[in-house]
Every structure is written in C-alpha cells, then in structure tokens.
Design a protein around this ligand. Structure first.
Ligand code: SAM
Length: 463
C-alpha cells in the first residue's frame, strides 16, 4: 500500500526476520508495526549557507545541523534547496557526524575519502565537518551517479571537496594516503523498506550474500590507501548481520584493527552491538529511533604502513588568471590552469594532492571552477555563484521566489528599472543561485542547461 509516496508494509521477509532473531535489540512485532508508519523526513542545514529554512524545526539529536520535517514538501520548488542551504538526508545516517566528532580532529590537514559517495549525503556532511585545509575526496564509481554527486557537491559550495570516479581498486593504489575512509557500502537495503518499495521487491537472501561479498571486496581493495592509525568508517542501510557485524569480524580477521566505540545518550534509541570479535557497531531501527534502518561502525588501522615519498611537480599556477579572478572569491586560493578553458581555485595546501591524485584517479571536480577568460572579460562559472567563498562585493540582485524559480526554469522575468549592465549574481534569501548577464531590460541566463528545473510549477508554488 502506498500513502503520500511512502510504502506501508504489512509484511517483512520471513528469512530476514529469522536472521535478526539473534541481533541485540531486535523486536519483531515493534519492527513490523514501525513499517506500518510512513518514513521520517529530515534535512541537514549547510552551516556555511545560513538561511531561515527549517532552522527552528526539531533537531536530530546526534547531529547539530539535522532537522526533522513534519511532512515532505516538494523540494524542487524551493530555491533554497537549489542554493545548497540544506541537503535532504535520512536522519539515522547523520550519526556519521557523531562518529566524526568523537574520533576525528578536523582542521589538521586531513585527507578524507568518501568511497561510495553518490548522491552525496555523507559527503556534504563530511564537508561541513572538515576545516578549509582538510581535503575531502568524494568518489562514485558509477559515472551517471557521479554526475549527480558532482552537482550536489557544487551546490554545497566547498572548495576542499573534490569529486573522482573510480573503482575502489584504483584508489587502493594511493598507498597510505588517507587519514579517514568512509565506506557507505552498496547493500541489500532492508533499512530503507519504508522509503523505497523497490528495496523490498529486490530483497533476497541471495542478494544479502552477494552484497556481503562485494562489501568485503570493496574494503580489501581500498584498504592499502588508509594510513597507519587511520580510521575506516563502515556503514550500510541493511539490517542483516551478514552485511554489518559480520563484515566487522571479517575486517578484524583479515587486517589489524581496533574497534572505536562512541558515547550514546539512552534516549536516542540507538543500539550498540559488539561483534563476536569485539568490534562495536551502532544499529538504527525505526521502532526505536526517529529515522530509518542503518548501521555504522568505526575501526582504526593498526598496521605499519610506509609514508609515500613526497612528490616533485611543476606548478600549474596561472598568475595572470589569478589576478583576473581575484574579484570572484573572498578567500586565499591558488588558481591552477588544468587545461585550455579549465581554471580552478584550490586551497594553497592542496596543490601536491592534485598532482598525486591525477596520477591514479579520474578527477571530475577539483576545487571551485572559476570560468573562462575571453579577450574582453572573464566569464564566471556557475560554481562561483554557489561557492561559500564567493566575494561579498560581486554585483548582486536579490530575487523573490517567483523570480528565482523562473530563473531556475530558464524563463524570462523583468529586471528592476535601472539594473546595471554586465555580470550579476542572482541571490535568493542572500544565497547565490546563478549568474545572468544584464543587457538593459533583458538578460542572458547562465544557468547550465542540465541544472534547469524541468518540473511544471503550479500557481501555488510560485508564492
Ligand atoms: N554515501 C551515499 C550518500 O550518503 O548519499 C550513498 C551511497 S549508496 C549506499 C552506495 C553507493 O555505492 C552507490 O552510489 C553505488 O553506486 C556505489 N557502488 C556500487 N557498487 C560499487 C562498488 N563495487 N564499489 C564502490 N561503490 C559502489
């Protein structure tokens, strides 16, 4: 049965329920009853793009920026969603924030890998946790999904978040490179039954086994790239112990690791499990938490690894382009020319990372794309409009909701009398949504074609 887009389930797979008999905290009747209720809706706010959106809503207890919503709005008709003011994310998975806060010291020049990153829920969370000189490499092996990841990371607006698209084995060749690796593994998806009816249709005992084998392969492939004392954070949205505690046991049998527990508040309803090899994991079940099914654990690598040799490289810094673009961003950056029309701004401490990474992986997005020089002027890129570092002094035009949605649909609207000619950053609630070039009373819309809202918008939604 489907109610307001959510699946209400009267039945859960019997084999799954049997597998869960031994799992700590399992309550068959309560779990079945929770599946009669709709899924919980939540968002996570972008701390660098403050807006009024959902700020006063109930907070997700384990994540300061997480907010619950009483119902699910149509996010596509909210310009703040397009501006990157928030990310729509399932509340349980925001527990990653609590794990990071407990075990990771941000702003210490960290390199963090999010290995299975699309569409970007965990990556946007990690980006907001890190400091400017830390680097987040967000990877998605499936190219079409990597496109969505790239868009969501651009919307989030952080310079230190790069997007790559590789198989975990390619990344494993970056020996002893990352301080933290997050593996939000592809899984059988039982934790999302309430959100997505297809997860139930596709669920089978055989698929749980296939997923657990793939999870082991992914972890083994990426393992060499984790530094000594580095942390691997492993997560799934599956209830099956074969994909959760048993994977932690497999890790501890095959590698030298130490489990990393975190403190819990009893009222959160999160269940701490200890695997047979003594590894701590955290289970989320919709009969106990305000969120969907989820599992997460953190382990520390206790193997001696060799420091990679420092790399020698020739700088790609373009001093002329640096000068031509300095009006665009309000932060210290290096302007690199990657190829003919590809100029990017990166944090000065990440130049060696660019040269190292490009030897091993397909770099789809590096820092903030700056745009293109022409003989007459600099054409700014969409990235700059969405960047948290965009300069405060850029010429701006604040839009109302109807105008913002028209811009995002690439439809015309009238500019105010006296709008000056040239490049103008359009804002909604003070947040950048894109560029126009004003030419008197008309304008050219520089929103990239593939970012356009294609949905029909009703009269009610313009308001
Ligand atoms: N971390 C994401 C987030 O929070 O938005 C969700 C990730 S989803 C659970 C798992 C991802 O792993 C999918 O995007 C999927 O395309 C990717 N994936 C599938 N097979 C993979 C493989 N063999 N190696 C690495 N990633 C894989």
């Amino acid at each position: 049965m489907c109610l307001s887009g959510y699946t209400i389930l009267n039945q859960l797979p019997e084999i799954l329920l049997q597998d869960l008999q031994q799992v700590k905290g399992f309550d068959k009747e309560a779990l079945i009853a929770a599946h009669q209720l709709p899924a919980v809706t939540s968002v996570r706010l972008n701390p660098n793009k403050a807006s009024a959106a959902f700020a006063d809503n109930e907070q997700v207890p384990w994540c300061a920026n997480g907010r619950y919503l009483a119902e699910r709005p149509v996010f596509t008709v909210d310009p703040l969603y397009h501006a990157g003011a928030y990310y729509v994310q399932e509340a349980s998975s925001m527990f990653l924030h609590h794990i990071l806060s407990s075990h990771v010291l941000a702003s210490s020049g960290l390199r963090v890998l999010d290995l299975c990153a699309a569409p970007g829920g965990k990556s946007t969370l990690i980006a907001s946790f890190l400091g400017e000189d830390d680097l987040l490499v967000s990877n998605e092996v499936i190219r079409t999904r990597a496109t969505i990841l790239e868009e969501n990371m651009t919307r989030w607006g952080y310079m230190n978040t790069w997007v790559v698209s590789n198989d975990p084995k390619d990344i494993g060749r970056l020996e002893s490179y990352f301080d933290v690796i997050v593996v939000d593994a592809p899984c059988s998806g039982s934790g999302l039954f309430r959100k997505d009816a297809r997860a139930l249709d596709e669920w089978s005992e055989g698929n749980v086994l296939l997923c657990s084998q793939r999870q082991q392969r992914i972890l083994a492939d990426v393992w060499p790239s984790l530094k000594e004392d580095g942390i691997v954070i492993y997560a799934t949205c599956s209830y099956s112990p074969q994909e959760d505690e048993e994977i932690l046991d497999w890790l501890s049998e095959n590698f030298e690791v130490k489990g990393l527990p975190v403190a819990l508040e009893a009222e959160w309803g999160v269940v701490e499990t200890v695997s047979s090899k003594g590894m701590h994991g955290y289970r989320f079940s919709p009969d106990k938490v305000k969120g969907e099914g989820f599992f997460i654990a953190a382990l520390q690598k206790k193997e001696t690894t060799r420091e990679p040799k420092p790399l020698r490289y020739k700088t790609l810094q373009d001093k002329k382009a640096q000068e031509q673009t300095k009006h665009l961003l309000d932060t210290e950056y290096l302007c690199l020319q990657l190829d003919k029309d590809n100029y990017v701004a990166i944090h000065p401490s990440h130049e060696a990372d660019y040269h190292t990474l490009k030897q091993f992986v397909y770099l789809r997005k590096t820092g903030v794309q700056l745009g293109t020089p022409t003989p007459k002027e600099w054409l700014p890129s969409h990235d700059v409009a969405l960047s948290i570092h965009r300069a405060a002094t850029l010429p701006k035009l604040e839009l109302n909701k109807e105008q913002a949605l028209k811009f995002l649909k690439k439809e015309d609207f009238a500019l105010p009398e006296g709008t000056h000619k040239g490049w103008i950053l359009l804002t909604y609630n003070g947040l950048g949504i894109g560029w126009i070039k004003a030419l008197g009373n008309r304008f050219n819309n520089y929103l990239p074609k593939h970012w356009r809202i294609r949905m029909e918008i009703s009269d009610m939604d313009w308001a």
